[in-house]
Design a protein around this ligand. Structure first.
Ligand SMILES: NC(=O)c1ccc[n+]([C@@H]2O[C@H](COP(=O)([O-])OP(=O)(O)OC[C@H]3O[C@@H](n4cnc5c(N)ncnc54)[C@H](O)[C@@H]3O)[C@@H](O)[C@H]2O)c1
Length: 257
């Protein structure tokens, strides 16, 4: 176990399952204290129970990142419990539950809710946690925010235009946030993951698309959560101290032009 996140508090939104769960596990493995924040209280609490039982430092907070009131309450809870926040992974998103359909058939209410969670959510959560992040930035090389985008933006994959638009927004927002927060010693980067298969079934990749996407990669295999966690751990740690405002493609070598 490395200890690069020793004495650091890291909030992982959407940490109840899938990739967020893997990021939470890695934060603890790296010696940090993780706050798992998720809409799914049962699964989120189970992730935390598992981490605590294994001797890790973890706590769960119920959170709907799409609800400004809930985000404000969450930020107050984190502030009173921890004070400083050293890292934030804006991972929560409507993803595995998406119904694929042509963009002209997406209901407006579904578009609005997805945008509220996937795009407005990272902005709201980062804004609400700013006092804690500013406090946390006094430690080491500063605080770090990691936003989760998607390679789907560059691939132009059909079937979930609202999702693509939201992740395009996350990527653009990342670069601007980095400039606004650099003076506070807070770095902001995003990752652009390619398709990654977790324990959660989903309908966003058909078997034919899965084969085609694997063929387009330089590394011809499916990605799994362990392929993503290292880059997030790196971006959270002081090892990436001079990287901010960037989007890192983590996709097995797909070249976007
Ligand atoms: N798995 C992939 O292939 C892939 C590829 C590119 C990007 N991503 C991105 O990585 C992240 C995680 O992906 P995943 O495969 O683990 O997704 P997932 O759908 O399995 O998990 C998403 C998590 O976010 C939580 N969540 C949803 N809405 C929420 C809300 N309003 N408030 C708080 N929590 C909420 C869910 O409860 C769940 O725990 C997402 O941002 C996704 O868009 C995933």
């Amino acid at each position: 176990m490395s200890a690069v996140l020793q004495d650091r508090v890291v909030v992982v939104t959407g940490g109840a399952q899938g990739l967020g769960r893997a990021y939470a596990q890695r934060v603890v493995a790296d010696g940090g204290t993780v706050v798992v924040a998720d809409l799914d209280e049962r699964k989120g609490a189970a992730v935390v129970d598992e981490l605590v039982s294994a001797g890790g430092a973890a706590s769960f907070a119920a959170l709907d990142v799409g609800d400004p009131g809930a985000v404000a309450v969450f930020a107050d809870t984190v502030a009173s419990r921890f004070g400083a926040v050293h890292g934030l992974v804006n991972n929560a998103a409507i993803f595995s539950t998406i119904t694929m359909r042509p963009f002209w058939e997406i209901p407006a209410a579904e578009w609005d809710r997805l945008m509220a969670v996937n795009l407005r959510g990272p902005w709201l959560v980062t804004s609400a946690l700013l006092p804690g992040l500013r406090e946390g930035a006094r430690v080491g090389q500063g605080a770090s925010v990691v936003n989760v985008g998607s390679d789907a933006v560059w691939l132009g994959r059909p079937g979930y235009l609202h999702y693509i638009a939201s992740k395009g927004g996350v990527t653009g927002m990342t670069h601007a946030m980095a400039h606004e927060l650099g003076g506070d010693r807070i770095r902001v980067n995003s990752i652009s993951p390619g398709p990654t298969y977790t324990e959660v079934p989903r309908s966003t990749v058909s078997p034919e698309q899965r084969t085609a996407m694997q063929a387009a990669q330089a590394l011809h295999r499916d990605a799994e959560p362990d392929d993503m966690v290292g880059v997030v751990a790196f971006l959270l740690s002081d090892d990436s101290r001079w990287i901010t405002g960037q989007t890192l493609s983590v996709n097995g070598g797909v070249l976007h032009r």
